[in-house]
Design a protein around this ligand. Structure first.
Ligand code: 5GP
Ligand code: MG
Length: 186
């Protein structure tokens, strides 16, 4: 067993975590995504707009894989209610620091599920005169969509599973795992 797998050994011992994508698979997919995204932004100093908290690791890796001049900012959104489902009511906890007018914005999401969060964010960005707005999401669950939002670039398409690791949590746990795992029995 490799040393890092000790990180999630307790949960795995209870049969709750199943690795879907290894750190190596994520790295390879991110490099290919960056190759797909880069031509749209060369010479444009894009603003990578991370949606906290789940996208923080993906954004860090994607920014380095893009390897072009860019800037980074973050928003944090919350949907009212608990559990593993969005409630449908979304609000800002933290907004961007600088105006978006004239900027080429690339929204960086961890996962688009019902699309409720992204629909809210894109709705609010629409009034801010960005030069362009596109979306990259590490994971896409198209089967769960309630709001028909456009994901321009998607890393992996997943079934109706609850995933954790590589930045994504369940009740704030598991964000540090290097792999993307399905959390079963939640
Ligand atoms: P949506 O509004 O599209 O239903 O979901 C938005 C947010 O809910 C995602 O950006 C993500 O933060 C969280 N979310 C949705 N599905 C999952 C999942 O399977 N695992 C985790 N950890 N978070 C999820
Ligand atoms: Mg998110």
């Amino acid at each position: 067993m490799d040393e890092r797998s000790e990180l999630h050994a307790p949960a795995r011992a209870r049969g709750r975590l199943r690795v879907l994508y290894t750190a190596e698979e994520i790295r390879e997919r991110t490099a290919r995504l960056a190759d797909e995204i880069r031509p749209h932004y060369e010479g444009k100093n894009p603003l990578l707009l991370g949606v906290l908290k789940g996208s923080f690791i993906f954004l860090a890796d994607l920014a380095r894989a893009l390897a072009i001049p860019l800037e980074v900012d973050f928003v944090q959104l919350a949907s009212y209610g608990d559990g593993t489902e969005s409630s449908g009511f979304v609000r800002f906890i933290h907004d961007v620091e600088r105006p978006l007018a004239g900027r080429h914005v690339l929204v960086v999401e961890d996962i688009v599920d019902t699309g409720t969060t992204l629909a809210f964010l894109l709705g609010t960005l629409a009034s801010r005169q960005a030069a362009s707005v596109r979306v990259v999401s590490l994971l896409d669950k198209p089967g769960r969509r309630v709001n028909q939002v456009q994901v321009d670039f998607a890393g992996f398409t997943v079934e109706n599973l609850f995933v954790v690791g590589y930045g994504m949590d369940h009740a704030e746990a598991y964000r540090h795992l290097p792999d993307i795992c399905a959390l079963e029995e939640v």
